[in-house]
Design a binder for this molecule. Structure first.
Ligand SMILES: Nc1ncnc2c1ncn2[C@@H]1O[C@H](COP(=O)(O)OP(=O)(O)O)[C@@H](O)[C@H]1O
Ligand SMILES: [Mg+2]
Length: 254
């Protein structure tokens, strides 16, 4: 059974998409079978991975609506297999009102779970029905977070949603951990933030990854060229940190 991991934080710009793409590429380099699913109507992950996220593509929206099989939506890219998303997905909140709508993603993934070692889901910057669907379908959550104080405050809200999904939809949902992203190391602020993040993690019983991801311009460059970070510039700080993150995840049994 493939492990399903969602990258989530209701804040935008914290590195969810970047982390999903980098972990997908990192796991693939280690020889694992990886499917990356874009569950954000903005379609950033689809773009980064070089998948077709146009309005006419076979996307996760068509799958969730039951219009096509999940197999029909899988695109093979240079890096990993991808199920793309597009703006149509933003209508889902209004279109799906029937009971059981929390389980659409879980049911959609069922026929292909055995085909991959890892299924990684990039989620939108909201605690919406899409996020709840991702949590219901997942074994684990990674919470990318900027190293600033406002990000820390948002974690409590995210945690409430996780607790509700655990109570009603998916009791086996666990946190893989909080991941500090776009860090400026060797600054006083960075160490203060890490301290605060550790306090919150202890309070809410959410683990925190030892690895944090440093800021690097190579991240934006690789994304605009639709290349994976490791092929684009293997020695840049963020690529080295994402490699260390994948090692840490694997070492912890994820
Ligand atoms: N380690 C990093 N160094 C530099 N820029 C980064 C890094 N991680 C992410 N970014 C940039 O920050 C912006 C937001 O990242 P993104 O992954 O799209 O966040 P989210 O998916 O949470 O909205 C993007 O422009 C991305 O290129
Ligand atoms: Mg994103």
């Amino acid at each position: 059974m493939g492990k399903v991991i969602t990258f989530s934080n209701q804040k935008g710009g914290v590195g969810k998409t970047t982390t999903t793409a980098a972990v997908a590429a990192g796991l693939r380099r280690r020889g694992f079978g990886v499917l990356a699913v874009d569950l954000d109507p903005q379609g950033n992950l689809s773009f980064c991975l070089g998948a077709d996220g146009g309005e006419l593509c076979a996307s996760i929206y068509n799958v969730l609506k039951g219009e096509i099989s999940i197999e029909a939506a899988i695109q093979r890219t240079k890096t990993v297999d991808v199920i793309a998303s597009n703006i149509l997905l933003s209508g889902i909140e209004l279109e799906f009102t029937s009971s059981g709508r929390e389980y659409l993603m879980r049911e959609a993934l069922e026929p292909i779970r055995n085909r991959y070692d890892y299924i990684l889901i990039d989620s939108p910057p909201a605690l919406s029905i899409l996020t709840v669907n991702a949590f219901t379908a997942s074994d684990l959550i990674v919470v990318p977070m900027l190293s600033d104080i406002f990000s820390l405050q948002g974690i409590a809200q995210l945690h409430d949603t996780v607790e509700r999904v655990r109570a009603y939809c998916n009791p086996s949902l666990r946190y893989a951990g909080i991941l500090l992203t776009r860090c400026m190391p060797r600054t006083l602020l960075a160490s203060e933030i890490r301290g605060t993040a550790e306090m919150i993690s202890a309070e809410l019983h959410i683990p925190i990854f030892k690895t944090s991801i440093r800021s690097s311009i190579a991240v934006c460059e690789a994304q605009s060229l639709q290349q994976d970070l490791f092929s684009y510039s293997p020695k840049n700080p963020a690529a080295m940190d994402y490699k260390a993150l994948v090692d840490e995840m694997l070492a912890s049994g994820i």
